[in-house]
Design a protein around this ligand. Structure first.
Ligand code: HEC
Length: 489
């Protein structure tokens, strides 16, 4: 199930691929591309545990070629027992317990024996991962001592052009669409062009990527990435000037006119999975937190990036959704603990709590009068709530699979949802009816956004495509592929 993509292990996996490293000209030369990967001092005082420490690395960096239908070199790494049997050529010699320096698997991962693993088109192990692997073999390559919930196989970061679009926003003027793929952020703009009949039409083109120049590959080359880890959330300020992007333990505020980093917010416990600006642009709310521990909710002054309030114990699990009330007095949140809650701004005082969803709450929104809330959940259902009474108004079924995002369209009672069932839906909060469906995506959808006038609707898909629709007709305008963002040869 795709749900497992939210598993904490997956986060750890995504943190690996790029390092903050200084560049030296020697490191940039071609033939050093395959320099051995160094190991580091792990300062570990607990034994390495296969399921916790090692399997996630394999899952992220090896499974594409060594599990399931594909087992390159007849080497199946999908379980500990199969792993220890080795592959066609080297058999059990791939891992010699106690002797990393004689184990082909370690040497290949360290790029000290050929063929190197993973092959050079893929993301190499980080020094940290390599060191874990080494220590595990040193300690006897022991079998797992815990039971493990399998996570979804995550495609490794830089090589794969197909990357799920996890977050998308549309600028207030409807002329810019910004999407995140992996650890990158891509900006698209609408440009006027003449169609064959010489009529002026709008075309959407890739404008640029937002890049943190400090994020580099282990070899020192710029990664062209916005964050070290996966970009989990995006929000655009109401004046359209600032983009906030949330990732593992950080939020970056970007100046959209220049594409430069304006501010960096740190001090988060885990991933920042939800972001929202207040309607007047004064506040930025951030949500996240380590799974199954504590939902993290913070309120910042958007101009100074100063922390205004930290709402402790807001939720008992990761926060996935945030929305300010239209008058800016309240902040609604939705979390993996199945609750929708409303807090006072800026005090952070809990005002109301709405219970009823049976799975993670992935999106929340307010009707323009501030009297009702809508929430979308991984239980496939949209619920409408009466804010004053603190009661549910109705269930809105329709989606066949989990709802992954919900966004209100401007100052209207209409809102959009996307789901794992590959569709986006436009709803009327007043009567619970589906107004329109947006189809054409062949895969799981993660993100949705609309211009305030509802003209432009954008969805983000597992297949890496951002689909742009005419919000009024449902017609697909364009599918923006990740290839367009690749540097032109
Ligand atoms: C893009 C595909 C790909 C990825 C990813 C990949 N491998 Fe491989 N691997 C191969 C191929 C192809 C072979 C067979 C090479 C040969 O026999 O020359 C192979 C062979 C191996 C072998 C040799 C098995 C034997 O008995 O000879 C080991 C060990 C191995 N891989 C480990 C890994 C590890 C560990 C990772 C992840 C860190 C990894 N591979 C990731 C493609 C891949």
């Amino acid at each position: 199930m795709r749900w497992l993509a939210f598993h904490p292990l997956v986060v750890l996996l995504w943190v690996g691929p790029v390092l903050l490293a200084p560049v030296s000209s020697a490191q940039e030369s071609k033939k050093d591309e395959l320099q051995p990967i160094p190991t580091v001092d792990l300062k570990r005082n607990t034994p390495i545990e296969y399921n916790t420490d090692i399997a996630p690395i394999f899952e992220n960096k090896c499974f594409v070629c060594h599990s399931g239908k594909i087992t390159e070199g007849d080497f199946d790494m999908s379980s500990y027992d199969k792993l220890m049997k080795g592959g066609r050529k080297r058999g059990a010699k791939v891992i010699i317990p106690g002797k990393p320096e004689e184990s082909f698997l370690f040497l290949a991962c360290a790029r000290r024996a050929r063929p190197i693993m993973p092959p050079k088109t893929e993301t190499p192990l980080t020094p940290h991962e390599l060191s874990l692997l080494k220590l595990w073999i040193e300690q006897g390559a022991k079998a797992p001592t815990t039971t493990r919930v399998r996570t979804k196989v995550v495609v490794s970061l830089p090589p794969a052009l197909v990357r799920p679009v996890r977050a998308v926003v549309v600028a207030p003027d409807g002329k810019q669409v910004i999407a995140s793929r992996g650890n990158q952020i891509h900006v698209y703009t609408a440009q006027k062009k003449q169609d064959p009949g010489k009529k002026e039409v709008l075309d959407w083109v890739y404008q640029r990527s937002l890049v943190d120049p400090n994020v580099k590959f282990p070899d020192g080359k710029p990664a062209g990435a916005a964050h070290v880890s996966l970009v989990e959330s995006l929000a655009i300020s109401p004046d359209g000037k600032t983009l906030a992007s949330g990732s593992f333990q950080e939020v970056i505020l970007w100046d959209l006119a220049s594409g430069q980093i304006r501010q960096r917010l740190t001090g988060f416990a885990d991933r920042v999975t939800a972001l929202a600006f207040s309607g007047d642009g004064k506040y930025l709310a951030t949500g996240g937190g380590p799974p199954s521990e504590e939902g993290e909710l913070k309120l910042f002054d958007a101009a100074s990036a100063q922390l205004v309030a930290e709402i402790r114990n807001a939720h008992s699990d990761t926060v996935f959704a945030l929305a300010f009330s239209p008058d800016g007095k309240y902040l609604a949140s939705g979390a993996a603990d199945k609750f929708v809650k409303v807090f006072e701004v800026p005090s952070g005082k809990l005002v109301k709590s709405f219970e009823g969803h049976t799975h993670h709450v992935m999106g929340v929104g307010w009707t323009p009068d501030g009297k009702r809330l809508v929430s979308g959940s991984a239980d496939n259902i949209v619920k409408a709530w009466d804010f004053d009474k603190g009661e549910k108004i109705r269930d809105m079924p329709g989606h066949q699979k989990q709802i992954t995002a919900l966004v209100v369209v401007g100052k209207t009672p209409q809102f959009l949802t996307v789901s794992g069932d590959t569709t986006a839906r436009l709803w009327n909060a007043d009567n619970g009816a589906t107004i329109r469906q947006f189809s054409g995506a062949g895969d799981f959808l993660y993100a949705v956004a609309a211009s305030p006038d509802g003209e432009v609707v954008a969805t983000g898909c597992e297949d890496g495509l951002v689909r742009l629709y005419n919000g009024k007709t449902g017609a697909l305008l364009k599918a923006l592929a990740p290839e367009e963002t690749a540097p032109k040869k």
